[in-house]
Design a protein around this ligand. Structure first.
Ligand SMILES: NC(=O)c1ccc[n+]([C@@H]2O[C@H](COP(=O)([O-])OP(=O)(O)OC[C@H]3O[C@@H](n4cnc5c(N)ncnc54)[C@H](O)[C@@H]3O)[C@@H](O)[C@H]2O)c1
Length: 363
């Protein structure tokens, strides 16, 4: 089979149709594992059941409950200990031993919780990601962060554990709901801000792409994915355990996670990328009209002025990126791959929140 397109923290990453990546890889490596176990997002199974079956054959699997009609960011509600119980239980029932391999078909939510379950089952079994959303292809499936939400706090419990391989097939994007396209686009924009000025310039000149990313031809998406993944790969390879530079990937996530946690507790989730887009706007020191134009199509279609700021601030204070009780935002520096850390006081954070609401005409 072909050489991987990227290697991220030691994990090979292939970009392209599963028939040319995952299937030959399985033929080559299957004998190294005692058994296969599938963890499959319910909506992915609905749309792509045949492709999943073609890979899994008779192997045991757990398909996440799809829950009927689409709820934006809805899988986040399944990033819980209950899901861990279900996945660990299904692996035990399948008699998967320590040399088993879990194949995780889904977006970032299942990737996080499924990866965590694999990383902890029988002290850890191998797992491979088959990301099926734009966000998971460009970000969540890369770099080995796995975990779950706990007591209403995003990613409160988790670990670093690298997948044995990642197979990103843009074919899956064909069935992605429009809000999930925009959600993934937010992480592409984040990567552009932190390490790819040419990509940033390109995105700023493409209002059609920003407004309707699903209308862009697949070849174009493969090219954009490559440019975006290159940023994540470089940062993770330099700092796999987030001792320094990797914090740059948290740009937008200090406010973003606070907002996402609030809507999660309300049981009306917004998508991860929508929250991060608001976060990027709040965290940029002095957003220009070009920043605003770029981020505007990515914002959640909900009245943000009605969000009670103290609740967002309370979640931000629980963020695991905080040190010594201080809320810290990491923002891109003047040059690509440089970072600045800003300590946010309650007053400064509220000022930024209100400034952003004004800028988007929602004060
Ligand atoms: N581990 C990391 O480094 C990292 C990085 C960024 C984000 N994340 C996490 O990723 C999660 C968000 O992931 P996401 O944006 O992929 O959302 P998601 O996993 O919640 O999926 C979004 C929705 O799309 C559906 N879906 C998935 N693939 C589909 C397809 N091909 N066709 C149709 N529907 C499909 C899902 O069922 C769900 O309803 C958040 O929990 C976030 O914290 C993790």
């Amino acid at each position: 089979m072909s050489a991987p397109d990227f290697v991220v923290a030691g994990s090979p990453v292939w970009l392209g149709p599963l028939a040319q990546t995952l299937l030959p890889w399985l033929q080559e490596h299957r004998a190294a594992y005692s058994g296969l176990f599938g963890m499959i997002d319910g909506n992915v199974y609905t749309h792509w059941g045949e492709a999943v079956e073609a890979t899994m054959g008779q192997a045991p699997r757990y398909v996440m409950p799809a829950g009927g009609s689409y709820v934006p960011g809805g899988m986040e509600a399944l990033k819980t200990l209950d899901t861990c119980q279900a996945l660990w239980g299904a692996m035990l029932e399948a008699q998967l031993d320590r040399r088993g391999l879990a194949l995780i078909f889904g977006g970032g939510a299942l990737g996080d919780v499924g990866g965590f379950c694999a990383a902890t089952y029988k002290r850890g079994i191998a797992f491979a990601h088959i990301p099926t959303t734009l966000l998971a292809m460009t970000d969540a499936a890369l770099g080995g962060k796995v975990g779950l939400d706990f007591r209403g706090i995003k990613n409160a419990v988790g670990a670093f554990c690298q997948p044995v391989a990642v197979f990103a097939d843009p074919t899956f994007l064909q069935t992605l709901p429009p809000r999930e396209w925009h959600s993934g686009l937010a992480e592409v924009v984040k990567h552009a801000y932190i390490g790819a000025p040419k990509l940033l310039q390109y995105l700023q000149q493409q209002p059609n792409l920003m407004n309707t990313p699903q209308a862009i031809p697949p070849e174009e998406w493969q090219r954009l994915l490559r440019a975006s993944i290159a940023v994540k790969a470089r940062i993770v390879n330099e700092d796999p355990l987030e001792r320094g530079l990797r914090a740059l990937l948290n740009f937008g996530h200090t406010f973003g996670h606070g907002l996402e946690s609030y809507f999660l507790r309300l049981e009306q989730p917004i998508t991860h990328g929508e929250a991060i887009a608001v976060g990027m706007l709040c965290e940029l020191e002095d957003p220009s009209p070009a920043d605003l134009a770029l981020l505007r199509p990515l914002l959640p279609p909900v009245p943000l002025a009605q969000v009670p700021w103290p609740e967002v601030w309370a979640s931000m204070q629980q963020d695991k990126k905080n040190l010594n009780g201080q809320v810290i935002a990491t923002i891109p520096g003047q040059t690509p791959y440089s970072l600045r850390k800003t300590t946010l006081t309650a007053v400064e954070a509220e000022h930024r929140w209100r400034r952003s609401l004004e800028q988007i005409g929602q004060a």
